[in-house]
Design a protein around this ligand. Structure first.
Ligand code: HEM
Length: 406
């Protein structure tokens, strides 16, 4: 029996440390109605996994949660055949040979450029100087967009993410999201027209020419998908890299093991996704009444699925509140597929299409960062903290190391 108290998920105490509340929900309140959010909340592994796998849990909630900011429908809110065809248009670019051949050099170049910016300094903030910039720079470069515009994309993606995580419906955040949608359309439409006329080996050209069963992507579809990629591939990978380094720096023995044997990086990444997932919650909308632990979810309601709580459900993981890259109940072989044990990429038909890209980014970044900083340590005297409710990760990660020559 836990002694912690459940906090309102919109409260300051929850934002500071959500894990005690997750513990109470897992043990005592597996189904909660949250009035300000007008949403049910579920937390147990079995319930959250079902919400991702079973078609009765639609993702129609993204109509209000995402469509306005992307300026169009995107795969994450589709279902059935429409989803399958649309996903098949984009999925090949994000896996296997395509990923290795076309995008590995892009990922390596972007990691090296950012690290060169601080490797002589002997100190850095791994969040501001690396994690926050790396995934967006990679996406902009993969799409074959102007690299000088990376700061613009950085701002746009922050607005898109704020819109998605606007649990308290702040009107300024909503307005910034809608402005971003208009600015991104203005930027992207001429670029897409130009690219259709001059195709290259980049991701934008792939999207311009992709065709499955006679379905192709319109300019508006492509713009909305680019907007989705900024949010889905930027914020998440940013927080994943930062959280993995935080977790390893706080467990120096595990950091030393990864440094000595780089084949442990996927294991360290998988455990990070379980222990400190970048996306703490996502929503679903059942189209029929569904029984879950603790009661019935009525058709049409919004259900908040607490990924970060489910990943620490003691019914599923032994000693769930410990970070342990050597745990035996989280196989690395499936951790980046729809059969994953953790729920950080969801499961089922909407399982993250960018999971292999994220894994490649994390492997490249970690190898290069460890090589550049042989004696990496937390800046002495710093206590590392996390921030964010919908998405969560370290706010800053000040580090020290002996400078290495280029
Ligand atoms: C550690 C990094 C990442 C995490 C934790 C993550 C998490 C997720 C989650 C939880 C979903 C499911 C959303 C839902 O079902 O409502 C998702 C879907 C998606 N992700 Fe990721 N993601 C990551 C990296 C990426 C990257 C790098 C990309 C591409 C650049 C990407 C693109 C997408 C797309 C397009 C979808 C929608 C798939 C669909 O609806 O079929 N993600 N991701």
């Amino acid at each position: 029996m836990t002694t912690a108290q459940a906090r309102d998920i919109l409260s300051q105490e929850f934002a500071e440390d959500p894990y005690p509340t997750y513990g109470v929900m897992l043990e005592e309140q597996p189904l909660v109605w949250h009035d300000p959010m007008q949403s049910y909340i579920i937390s147990r592994y079995e319930d959250v996994a079902r919400a991702f796998r079973e078609p009765v849990f639609t993702s129609d909630n993204y109509e209000w949660q995402l469509e306005p900011v992307h300026g169009g429908r995107t795969i994450v809110q589709m279902s059935g055949r429409e989803h399958a065809v649309r996903r098949a248009l984009v999925a090949p670019a994000f896996r296997g040979n395509e990923l290795q051949r076309r995008f590995l050099p892009v990922i390596e170049r972007n990691a090296a450029e950012l690290i060169d910016g601080f490797r002589d300094a002997g100190r850095a903030d791994l969040v501001a100087d690396f994690a926050r910039r790396f995934p967006i720079n990679v996406i902009v470069d993969m799409l074959g967009l102007n690299r000088d515009d990376q700061p613009k994309f950085q701002r746009w993606y922050e607005n898109v993410i704020a819109f998605l995580g606007n649990l308290s419906q702040d009107p300024d955040v909503a307005a910034a999201g809608l402005r971003t949608s208009a600015e991104l359309t203005e930027y992207m439409v001429p670029v897409i027209t130009e690219r259709r006329a001059n195709l290259g080996d980049d991701l934008l050209s792939t999207l311009c020419t992709a065709e499955v069963d006679g379905t192709t992507m319109s300019d508006q579809d492509i713009k909305a998908f680019v907007s989705l990629l900024l949010a889905a591939g930027g914020e998440t990978t940013d927080k994943a890299i930062a959280s993995m380094f935080k977790n390893l720096l706080e467990h120096p023995d595990q950091l030393a093991a990864v440094r000595a044997d780089r084949s442990l990086i996927p294991q360290a990444f998988a455990e990070t996704l379980r222990y400190s997932p970048p996306v703490h919650m996502i929503m679903r909308q059942p189209d029929n009444d569904v029984e879950v632990t603790g009661g019935t979810l009525p058709a049409g309601v919004t259900v908040t699925c607490l990924i970060a709580a489910a990943n620490r459900d003691p019914r599923r993981f032994a000693d769930p509140n410990s970070f342990n890259i050597f745990r035996t109940d989280l196989p690395t072989t499936t951790a980046f597929s729809a059969a994953a044990g953790h729920l950080a990429f969801a499961l089922g038909r909407h399982f993250c299409v960018g999971a292999m890209l994220a894994k490649t980014e994390v492997e490249v970044a970690t190898n290069q960062l460890l090589d550049a900083m042989p004696d990496l340590q937390i800046e002495p005297g710093t206590v590392l903290t996390e921030q964010g409710v919908f998405t969560r990760g370290p706010a800053t990660l000040p580090i020290r190391f002996t400078p290495t020559p280029r």
